[in-house]
Write a protein that binds this ligand. Sequence first.
Ligand code: HXC
Length: 258
Amino acid sequence: MAFENITVETRGNVGLIALNRPKAMNALCAALITELGQALDAFEADDSIGAVVLTGSDKAFAAGADIKEMASKGYMDVYLANFITDGWERVTKCRKPIVAAVAGFALGGGCEMAMMCDFIIAGDNARFGQPEITIGTIPGAGGTQRLTRAVGKSKAMEMCLTGRLMDAAEAERAGLVSRIVPVAELVDEAVKTAGKIASLSRPIVMLCKESVNAAFETMLAQGVTFERRLFHSTFSTLDQKEGMAAFVEKRPAAFKNC
Ligand code: HXC
């Protein structure tokens, strides 16, 4: 598939998608969002792919939704089109894990897109923010919700109300990112991490992702019950038998994804 706004490649069992609008700091225009959805559809359908890495460039993961595309829209335009479109949320619907590898700016919709991924590995030059308030609007792709859940009310409120950016160290302290790596090693490290996930049992990985995500949608007791049911269900798989037998026999597990 030929894309204009992203590049797509496979590295072993990992799908690698790079946002690629260098002249616009990878601003997330409608065409890019459509292409991103198509690339995710293809990786989701490809049995050889076990996890995906979403990245940008060293300068910018993405500096937000495309302001030039949005600037002249009226209420009826955004309401009738239900902007943001479903395409934006395609990332959250992906059943295979998606690792965001964020270097440079992840602002507005770019920060929101990174937070839609399963976890974020940050380059040491990463900067995160929700600066929409400075251009007369507010986050519209989950920023006020996901940032608040990730870093707590005080920090999220300050960032959303002032547009202040967080650097990588602050983002790590606050729990927004899982860890920081030197920017030159970011993509390789994210691919290595995604590769580790892809080497494990596909169905068990999917169940685990579903269970962690349930923590955001349920009360604790419900979430714990949901987790227990999924845990029980892993005992119906051959991969659970293989994984535990391999441990007992002191050999590597050979998962069959069933
Ligand atoms: C369109 C953008 C853009 C954006 C940068 N560019 N961000 N174009 N939409 N979000 C373009 C600039 O216009 C410029 O192109 C080129 O990218 C380089 O940007 P500069 O500003 O010259 O670079 P620099 O001085 O290094 O500053 C980088 C920056 C700044 C700090 C990231 O560009 C910036 O503040 N961008 C906007 C950040 C923002 O407000 N994001 C939130 C958007 S609203 P030209 O051709 O003009 O030179 C949003 C809402 C989401 O995301 C809601 C859900 C959809």
